[in-house]
Design a binder for this molecule. Structure first.
Ligand code: PQ2
Ligand code: NAD
Length: 220
Protein backbone atom coordinates (compact mmCIF):
# COMPACT_ATOMS: atom_id res chain seq x y z
CA UNK A 1 0.00 0.00 0.00
CA UNK A 2 2.90 2.34 0.62
CA UNK A 3 3.25 3.03 -3.09
CA UNK A 4 -0.44 3.92 -3.49
CA UNK A 5 -0.69 7.68 -4.09
CA UNK A 6 -3.91 8.36 -2.13
CA UNK A 7 -5.92 11.38 -3.31
CA UNK A 8 -6.96 13.29 -0.19
CA UNK A 9 -10.38 14.99 -0.32
CA UNK A 10 -13.15 16.32 1.98
CA UNK A 11 -16.50 14.66 1.28
CA UNK A 12 -19.88 16.34 1.68
CA UNK A 13 -22.19 13.71 3.17
CA UNK A 14 -25.17 15.88 4.06
CA UNK A 15 -28.37 14.06 3.14
CA UNK A 16 -26.56 11.25 1.34
CA UNK A 17 -27.22 7.60 2.03
CA UNK A 18 -24.26 6.09 3.89
CA UNK A 19 -24.43 2.37 4.59
CA UNK A 20 -22.69 0.73 7.54
CA UNK A 21 -22.74 -3.07 7.50
CA UNK A 22 -22.14 -4.56 10.95
CA UNK A 23 -23.36 -3.23 14.27
CA UNK A 24 -20.59 -4.11 16.73
CA UNK A 25 -18.33 -1.60 18.50
CA UNK A 26 -16.49 -0.87 15.25
CA UNK A 27 -19.75 -0.36 13.35
CA UNK A 28 -20.86 2.01 16.12
CA UNK A 29 -17.67 4.05 15.75
CA UNK A 30 -18.23 4.36 11.99
CA UNK A 31 -21.93 5.26 12.38
CA UNK A 32 -20.99 8.02 14.84
CA UNK A 33 -18.36 9.38 12.45
CA UNK A 34 -20.81 9.52 9.54
CA UNK A 35 -23.59 11.05 11.67
CA UNK A 36 -21.22 13.75 12.92
CA UNK A 37 -20.80 14.73 9.26
CA UNK A 38 -24.53 14.81 8.57
CA UNK A 39 -24.74 11.59 6.57
CA UNK A 40 -28.08 9.78 6.22
CA UNK A 41 -26.95 6.59 7.89
CA UNK A 42 -28.43 3.17 7.18
CA UNK A 43 -27.17 0.38 9.43
CA UNK A 44 -27.47 -3.19 8.22
CA UNK A 45 -26.94 -5.89 10.83
CA UNK A 46 -28.93 -8.66 12.48
CA UNK A 47 -27.63 -7.56 15.90
CA UNK A 48 -26.35 -4.19 17.08
CA UNK A 49 -24.85 -2.48 20.11
CA UNK A 50 -27.37 -0.83 22.48
CA UNK A 51 -26.11 2.65 21.44
CA UNK A 52 -27.00 1.83 17.84
CA UNK A 53 -30.42 0.55 18.89
CA UNK A 54 -30.99 3.84 20.68
CA UNK A 55 -29.92 5.86 17.62
CA UNK A 56 -32.36 3.84 15.50
CA UNK A 57 -35.14 4.28 18.05
CA UNK A 58 -34.74 8.07 18.16
CA UNK A 59 -34.75 8.18 14.35
CA UNK A 60 -31.14 9.34 13.92
CA UNK A 61 -30.35 6.29 11.79
CA UNK A 62 -32.29 3.68 9.86
CA UNK A 63 -31.58 0.11 11.02
CA UNK A 64 -32.29 -2.80 8.70
CA UNK A 65 -32.28 -5.63 11.25
CA UNK A 66 -31.13 -8.45 8.98
CA UNK A 67 -28.07 -9.74 7.13
CA UNK A 68 -26.62 -7.69 4.29
CA UNK A 69 -28.08 -8.16 0.79
CA UNK A 70 -26.56 -7.08 -2.51
CA UNK A 71 -29.37 -4.59 -3.29
CA UNK A 72 -28.58 -2.68 -0.07
CA UNK A 73 -26.07 -0.45 -1.84
CA UNK A 74 -28.63 1.01 -4.26
CA UNK A 75 -28.49 4.84 -4.31
CA UNK A 76 -25.67 4.78 -1.78
CA UNK A 77 -22.76 7.21 -1.71
CA UNK A 78 -20.44 5.47 0.68
CA UNK A 79 -20.32 2.00 2.25
CA UNK A 80 -18.37 0.87 5.30
CA UNK A 81 -18.25 -2.78 6.28
CA UNK A 82 -17.42 -3.85 9.83
CA UNK A 83 -18.86 -7.32 10.19
CA UNK A 84 -17.13 -10.32 11.75
CA UNK A 85 -17.77 -12.34 8.60
CA UNK A 86 -15.04 -12.12 5.96
CA UNK A 87 -17.29 -13.38 3.15
CA UNK A 88 -19.84 -10.67 3.90
CA UNK A 89 -17.10 -8.01 3.92
CA UNK A 90 -15.80 -9.27 0.56
CA UNK A 91 -19.37 -9.22 -0.80
CA UNK A 92 -19.85 -5.59 0.25
CA UNK A 93 -16.54 -4.63 -1.34
CA UNK A 94 -17.34 -6.39 -4.65
CA UNK A 95 -20.87 -4.99 -4.83
CA UNK A 96 -19.58 -1.47 -4.16
CA UNK A 97 -16.71 -1.74 -6.64
CA UNK A 98 -19.14 -2.94 -9.31
CA UNK A 99 -21.01 0.34 -8.79
CA UNK A 100 -17.77 2.41 -8.59
CA UNK A 101 -18.88 3.44 -5.09
CA UNK A 102 -16.71 4.47 -2.16
CA UNK A 103 -16.09 1.50 0.12
CA UNK A 104 -14.03 0.83 3.23
CA UNK A 105 -13.79 -2.53 4.94
CA UNK A 106 -12.43 -1.59 8.32
CA UNK A 107 -8.83 -2.67 8.83
CA UNK A 108 -8.68 -4.63 5.55
CA UNK A 109 -6.67 -2.49 3.08
CA UNK A 110 -7.16 -4.80 0.05
CA UNK A 111 -10.94 -4.33 0.51
CA UNK A 112 -10.83 -0.52 0.61
CA UNK A 113 -10.95 1.96 -2.25
CA UNK A 114 -10.55 4.67 0.37
CA UNK A 115 -8.95 4.58 3.80
CA UNK A 116 -9.70 6.73 6.83
CA UNK A 117 -7.11 9.10 8.24
CA UNK A 118 -6.74 10.12 11.86
CA UNK A 119 -8.37 13.55 12.23
CA UNK A 120 -7.79 16.54 14.46
CA UNK A 121 -10.99 18.57 14.29
CA UNK A 122 -11.63 21.96 15.89
CA UNK A 123 -14.61 23.92 14.56
CA UNK A 124 -14.21 24.22 10.78
CA UNK A 125 -10.57 23.20 10.95
CA UNK A 126 -9.81 19.55 10.16
CA UNK A 127 -6.31 18.16 9.88
CA UNK A 128 -6.09 14.65 8.46
CA UNK A 129 -3.12 12.38 9.02
CA UNK A 130 -2.49 9.31 6.93
CA UNK A 131 0.47 6.98 6.82
CA UNK A 132 -1.04 5.13 3.82
CA UNK A 133 -1.67 2.27 6.23
CA UNK A 134 1.99 1.97 7.21
CA UNK A 135 1.19 2.62 10.86
CA UNK A 136 -2.22 3.70 12.21
CA UNK A 137 -0.60 3.78 15.67
CA UNK A 138 1.85 6.40 14.40
CA UNK A 139 -0.98 8.37 12.77
CA UNK A 140 -2.65 8.42 16.21
CA UNK A 141 0.52 9.73 17.87
CA UNK A 142 0.96 12.44 15.22
CA UNK A 143 -2.69 13.39 15.74
CA UNK A 144 -2.06 14.00 19.45
CA UNK A 145 1.02 16.11 18.67
CA UNK A 146 -0.79 18.15 16.02
CA UNK A 147 -3.75 18.72 18.35
CA UNK A 148 -1.31 20.33 20.81
CA UNK A 149 0.02 22.73 18.16
CA UNK A 150 -3.04 23.55 16.05
CA UNK A 151 -6.15 24.04 18.12
CA UNK A 152 -8.70 26.68 18.99
CA UNK A 153 -6.77 29.84 17.93
CA UNK A 154 -6.36 28.54 14.37
CA UNK A 155 -10.00 27.44 14.16
CA UNK A 156 -11.12 30.83 15.48
CA UNK A 157 -8.95 32.64 12.94
CA UNK A 158 -10.51 30.56 10.16
CA UNK A 159 -13.98 31.64 11.33
CA UNK A 160 -12.99 35.32 11.51
CA UNK A 161 -11.43 35.21 8.04
CA UNK A 162 -14.48 33.43 6.64
CA UNK A 163 -16.57 36.39 7.85
CA UNK A 164 -14.72 38.72 5.44
CA UNK A 165 -14.72 36.40 2.42
CA UNK A 166 -17.95 37.93 1.14
CA UNK A 167 -16.51 41.43 1.51
CA UNK A 168 -13.31 40.43 -0.28
CA UNK A 169 -15.14 38.81 -3.19
CA UNK A 170 -17.44 41.82 -3.55
CA UNK A 171 -14.77 44.49 -3.15
CA UNK A 172 -11.38 43.26 -4.32
CA UNK A 173 -11.47 42.83 -8.10
CA UNK A 174 -8.91 40.13 -8.82
CA UNK A 175 -7.81 36.81 -7.37
CA UNK A 176 -4.36 38.34 -6.78
CA UNK A 177 -5.89 41.21 -4.76
CA UNK A 178 -7.86 38.81 -2.59
CA UNK A 179 -4.85 36.56 -2.10
CA UNK A 180 -2.69 39.54 -1.05
CA UNK A 181 -5.41 40.68 1.39
CA UNK A 182 -5.80 37.33 3.13
CA UNK A 183 -2.10 36.57 3.21
CA UNK A 184 -1.36 40.00 4.71
CA UNK A 185 -3.59 39.12 7.66
CA UNK A 186 -2.61 35.46 8.09
CA UNK A 187 1.15 36.06 7.84
CA UNK A 188 1.14 39.62 9.17
CA UNK A 189 2.56 41.37 12.20
CA UNK A 190 1.34 41.13 14.87
CA UNK A 191 0.65 37.43 14.47
CA UNK A 192 -3.13 36.89 14.64
CA UNK A 193 -2.68 33.38 16.05
CA UNK A 194 -0.60 34.73 18.92
CA UNK A 195 -3.25 37.38 19.59
CA UNK A 196 -5.99 34.73 19.68
CA UNK A 197 -3.85 32.54 21.91
CA UNK A 198 -3.73 35.49 24.30
CA UNK A 199 -7.52 35.80 24.04
CA UNK A 200 -7.40 39.15 22.22
CA UNK A 201 -10.01 38.70 19.48
CA UNK A 202 -10.66 42.44 19.40
CA UNK A 203 -7.08 43.02 18.22
CA UNK A 204 -7.55 40.48 15.43
CA UNK A 205 -10.75 42.14 14.30
CA UNK A 206 -8.82 45.44 14.25
CA UNK A 207 -6.06 43.81 12.16
CA UNK A 208 -8.64 42.62 9.68
CA UNK A 209 -10.27 46.05 9.52
CA UNK A 210 -6.83 47.65 8.92
CA UNK A 211 -6.16 45.22 6.07
CA UNK A 212 -9.57 46.00 4.57
CA UNK A 213 -8.73 49.71 4.55
CA UNK A 214 -5.25 49.06 3.13
CA UNK A 215 -6.46 46.79 0.32
CA UNK A 216 -9.71 48.49 -0.65
CA UNK A 217 -9.42 50.02 -4.13
CA UNK A 218 -9.32 53.83 -4.06
CA UNK A 219 -12.63 55.28 -5.20
CA UNK A 220 -12.19 57.87 -7.94
C1 PQ2 B 1 -6.48 6.37 11.57
C2 PQ2 B 1 -7.58 5.39 11.92
C3 PQ2 B 1 -8.88 6.03 11.50
C4 PQ2 B 1 -10.12 5.22 11.71
O1 PQ2 B 1 -10.08 3.99 11.86
O2 PQ2 B 1 -11.17 5.88 11.69
C5 PQ2 B 1 -7.24 4.09 11.25
N1 PQ2 B 1 -6.89 3.17 12.14
C6 PQ2 B 1 -6.94 3.65 13.41
C7 PQ2 B 1 -6.48 2.99 14.55
C8 PQ2 B 1 -5.80 1.74 14.60
N2 PQ2 B 1 -5.90 0.76 13.68
C9 PQ2 B 1 -5.10 -0.30 14.06
C10 PQ2 B 1 -4.49 0.02 15.32
C11 PQ2 B 1 -3.53 -0.89 16.11
C12 PQ2 B 1 -2.09 -0.41 15.95
C13 PQ2 B 1 -1.53 -0.51 14.54
O3 PQ2 B 1 -1.73 -1.54 13.87
O4 PQ2 B 1 -0.86 0.45 14.12
C14 PQ2 B 1 -4.92 1.30 15.63
C15 PQ2 B 1 -4.55 2.14 16.85
C16 PQ2 B 1 -5.60 2.03 17.93
O5 PQ2 B 1 -6.60 1.32 17.77
O6 PQ2 B 1 -5.36 2.63 18.97
C17 PQ2 B 1 -4.97 -1.58 13.36
C18 PQ2 B 1 -5.04 -1.66 11.90
N3 PQ2 B 1 -5.54 -0.72 11.03
C19 PQ2 B 1 -5.42 -1.18 9.75
C20 PQ2 B 1 -4.89 -2.50 9.80
C21 PQ2 B 1 -4.70 -3.42 8.59
C22 PQ2 B 1 -3.31 -3.76 8.27
O7 PQ2 B 1 -2.33 -3.24 8.83
O8 PQ2 B 1 -3.19 -4.63 7.38
C23 PQ2 B 1 -4.63 -2.80 11.14
C24 PQ2 B 1 -4.00 -4.05 11.72
C25 PQ2 B 1 -5.07 -5.00 12.21
C26 PQ2 B 1 -4.44 -6.24 12.80
O9 PQ2 B 1 -3.28 -6.23 13.18
O10 PQ2 B 1 -5.19 -7.25 12.87
C27 PQ2 B 1 -5.79 -0.48 8.58
C28 PQ2 B 1 -6.22 0.82 8.49
N4 PQ2 B 1 -6.46 1.65 9.53
C29 PQ2 B 1 -6.70 2.90 9.07
C30 PQ2 B 1 -7.17 3.95 9.86
C31 PQ2 B 1 -6.39 2.99 7.61
C32 PQ2 B 1 -4.96 3.52 7.43
C33 PQ2 B 1 -4.69 4.86 8.15
C34 PQ2 B 1 -3.37 5.43 7.80
O11 PQ2 B 1 -3.29 6.03 6.73
O12 PQ2 B 1 -2.40 5.26 8.55
C35 PQ2 B 1 -6.46 1.51 7.18
C36 PQ2 B 1 -5.48 1.13 6.08
C37 PQ2 B 1 -7.83 1.16 6.58
C38 PQ2 B 1 -9.01 1.70 7.33
O13 PQ2 B 1 -9.45 1.00 8.28
O14 PQ2 B 1 -9.50 2.79 6.97
C39 PQ2 B 1 -7.58 4.98 13.43
C40 PQ2 B 1 -6.89 6.01 14.36
C41 PQ2 B 1 -7.98 6.65 15.16
C42 PQ2 B 1 -7.58 7.90 15.81
O15 PQ2 B 1 -7.08 7.89 16.93
O16 PQ2 B 1 -7.87 8.93 15.23
N1 NAD C 1 -13.42 -4.52 18.24
C1 NAD C 1 -12.20 -4.15 17.95
O1 NAD C 1 -11.50 -3.49 18.73
C2 NAD C 1 -11.61 -4.48 16.60
C3 NAD C 1 -10.41 -3.91 16.27
C4 NAD C 1 -9.91 -4.13 15.00
C5 NAD C 1 -10.60 -4.92 14.10
N2 NAD C 1 -11.77 -5.49 14.47
C6 NAD C 1 -12.46 -6.32 13.46
O2 NAD C 1 -13.53 -5.53 12.90
C7 NAD C 1 -14.68 -6.33 12.73
C8 NAD C 1 -15.84 -5.76 13.52
O3 NAD C 1 -15.48 -5.69 14.88
P1 NAD C 1 -16.57 -5.58 16.05
O4 NAD C 1 -15.86 -5.68 17.34
O5 NAD C 1 -17.43 -4.40 15.79
O6 NAD C 1 -17.38 -6.96 15.77
P2 NAD C 1 -18.65 -7.59 16.47
O7 NAD C 1 -18.46 -9.05 16.43
O8 NAD C 1 -18.94 -6.93 17.77
O9 NAD C 1 -19.82 -7.18 15.49
C9 NAD C 1 -20.02 -7.77 14.27
C10 NAD C 1 -21.31 -7.23 13.68
O10 NAD C 1 -21.45 -7.74 12.36
C11 NAD C 1 -22.80 -8.11 12.19
N3 NAD C 1 -22.94 -9.09 11.12
C12 NAD C 1 -22.55 -10.39 11.09
N4 NAD C 1 -22.92 -10.94 9.92
C13 NAD C 1 -23.56 -9.99 9.21
C14 NAD C 1 -24.19 -9.96 7.92
N5 NAD C 1 -24.26 -11.06 7.15
N6 NAD C 1 -24.74 -8.80 7.52
C15 NAD C 1 -24.70 -7.70 8.29
N7 NAD C 1 -24.12 -7.67 9.51
C16 NAD C 1 -23.57 -8.80 9.95
C17 NAD C 1 -23.21 -8.65 13.54
O11 NAD C 1 -24.61 -8.67 13.69
C18 NAD C 1 -22.55 -7.63 14.46
O12 NAD C 1 -23.40 -6.52 14.58
C19 NAD C 1 -14.30 -7.75 13.17
O13 NAD C 1 -13.91 -8.46 12.01
C20 NAD C 1 -13.11 -7.57 14.07
O14 NAD C 1 -12.24 -8.67 13.97
C21 NAD C 1 -12.30 -5.27 15.69
Amino acid sequence: MLDTPFYIACLKLTGRRCVVVGGGSIGLEKVEGLLACDGRVVLIAPQAEPELEALAQEGSIEWLRRPYETGDLEATFIAIAATNDTDVNIGVYNDAERRAMLVNVVDVPPLCNFILPAIVRTGPLAIAISTAGASPALAKRIKAEIAESFGEPYARLAVLLNEVRGWAKGTLPTYQDRKAFFEAIVNGEPDPVELLRAGDETAVRALIADAQRAHEPATA
